[in-house]
Design a protein around this ligand. Sequence first.
Ligand SMILES: C[S@@+](CC[C@H](N)C(=O)[O-])C[C@H]1O[C@@H](n2cnc3c(N)ncnc32)[C@H](O)[C@@H]1O
Length: 297
Amino acid sequence: MPSYCILGRIKLRYTINEIINKYVSDNLKDIDFTRNDILVITSSVLNTKKDKLLLDLNTRILEQNEIDSITNNLNKYYFEKIPLQYITGKQNFFNEEYVVNENVLIPRQDSEILVEEAIKYINNENLNTMLDMCTGSGALGISIANNSNIAKVTLSDISLNALDVAKENIKLNNVKKDIKVVCSNLFENLGNNKYDIIVSNPPYIKSGDIKDLDEYVKKEPIIALDGGVSGTYFYNAILKEAKRHLNSNGLVIFEIGYDELEALKSIISKYNEYRYIKCVKDLANNDRVVVIRYSGN
Ligand SMILES: C[S@@+](CC[C@H](N)C(=O)[O-])C[C@H]1O[C@@H](n2cnc3c(N)ncnc32)[C@H](O)[C@@H]1O
């Protein structure tokens, strides 16, 4: 256990509620344990859904190994700054639950906007084939597959470890569509395949900003974060090649950083084959999702 961990071993028998109250009220300097954080960790340790746990708060006596495990996980979360989702191994996203680990970015609520937008276009325009490039955990592609009329989906990523997680998530979410997983550096291993729609949430943080990120975010894979010097490396690289992989009138939908819309518009304007359609804002009113039409053939 690292020397800065200050939660020691508890040796008494506690109910769930007592352990929560103990940690919430414990007089630990600068630590703000919330009931919810402890509930999430406890439900993961006991492998019980949170709503079921709430019914057992005052009756279920915790075993010593369960208390130790809760304490260890709280230490990881608060002192080692490991994201809660890596500790529980799960993240809810859109209508699905996803397995996550340190090999994938934790899917963010903001990305649900991209999923909603893609579903609208797929259903309105009867689109059949989709590529989710830079798929990570597979969250975007799998949620779109499960909630739209898309028929055929490819999930691609450069990281084999991330794709193992994506495969697990395809099974976990019982995807009924024709779905495959391809390890590829951008389009390198995608042959001559063409798609009606390409969605992507590529790495988009400026390399120089990585060192200033929140400690929890820094635990996510650098390969999922680093978008090059200007943050926009991947938008240009993807658009440059996407022309060869889009069916006529196809679409590209990107997630972008809050300050990247103008840079992306200027990249789009370099190519005659693409037309900027719109930008959708996130809940905090930041530019977040950009829709681009391919007007070549
Ligand atoms: C920001 S994460 C997005 C993950 C997921 N789509 C999501 O929204 O939660 C970016 C992903 O791009 C992948 N990636 C980085 N460079 C790549 C490349 N050259 N080719 C393909 N994928 C790449 C990373 O492995 C990572 O999984």
